[in-house]
Design a protein around this ligand. Sequence first.
Ligand SMILES: Nc1nc2c(c(=O)[nH]1)N[C@H]1C(S)=C(S)[C@@H](COP(=O)(O)O)O[C@H]1N2
Ligand SMILES: [Mo]
Length: 252
Amino acid sequence: MKKEALYTRRQVIRKTIGSFAQFSALMGGGWALWSHIKNLPPDNGLLGGVQPPIRTVLTLNEKIFSKSLSNDHLAKTYPKNAAEKSPRINGNVGLQTPLEPDWQLGITKANGDMLSVSLEAIQQLPKTSIVFNFKCIEGWDMITSWGGVRLSEFLNHFSLHKEASMKYIGAATPDTDYYVALDMPSALHPQTLLCYEMNDQPLSIEHGAPLRLIVPVKYGFKSLKRIGTLYFDDAPLADYWFERGYDYYAGL
Ligand SMILES: Nc1nc2c(c(=O)[nH]1)N[C@H]1C(S)=C(S)[C@@H](COP(=O)(O)O)O[C@H]1N2
Ligand SMILES: [Mo]
C-alpha cells in the first residue's frame, strides 16, 4: 500500500515560509522593544546611568536580595586545600599609583572626625579566615582563601557604634578612583572581612595590599582592593559599578 504523504511539497513550503515570517516578526518585535529602551534617556542620578525599565528590574532584584540577606545566610565555605594557589587577578582601578609606604586606614567618623589606623593595629585584632567561592559578575568564579578581621569586630573595637548604626558604609581606594557602597547588614555580616592575607601570605599588590574588603555574600566587584578610607551615611553612597549599570546590592 502506498503511504500518503503527510504534507504536499507545496504545504511544506508554505509552512516553512509561515514559520520564518513568525520568527522574523518575533525577532523584529524584540529588536524594536530593545532599541526603544536603549534610546530612552539614561538617568544619571540614582538610576546609575541605565534606562528606567532596566533599572526597574534591577531595583526589583535588590528588593528580593536585601530581604533574603541575613546573618543566617552564609556563603558556602570550603577546606583550605580546595583554594586556588594563584587566583586570577581582576581589575586594577585605584591601584595604578604606587602604594604609600606609610599607608594607614582612614575612617571618617559620623561627627566628621578622622581616625587613622595602622595595619599592625588591624592585625592585632582576632583573625578570621574564610575559604569560599569568589564570584565575578563577568561569569567566572574561583575558590579562594583569605585572612583578616571581621569588619563588624573592627568597628566594635574602635567604638564606631554610631557609624555601624547608619544605613550604608562606603570604601574607597587611596586615590578614590574605585569606590564601593555596602548596605550595613551586609557590612556587618559575619563573613565580611577586612583582609590582609591570601593563602596565609600577605596580600600581593594585585590582590589589594595592604588591606582589602572581602564580601562573600556579594559579587566580587564589592570586594574593594587597597582600601584607603571608610565612611558612613544614612543615604545610599556612591558605587563605581552601580554607576556603570550594575545593581547596587549585587547580592548572591
Ligand atoms: N581597587 C579595586 N578593587 C577591585 C577591583 C578594581 O578594579 N579595583 N575590581 C573588583 C572586581 S570586578 C573583582 S571580580 C575583584 C577581583 O579580585 P582579585 O583581583 O583579587 O581576584 O576585585 C574587585 N575589587
Ligand atoms: Mo568582578
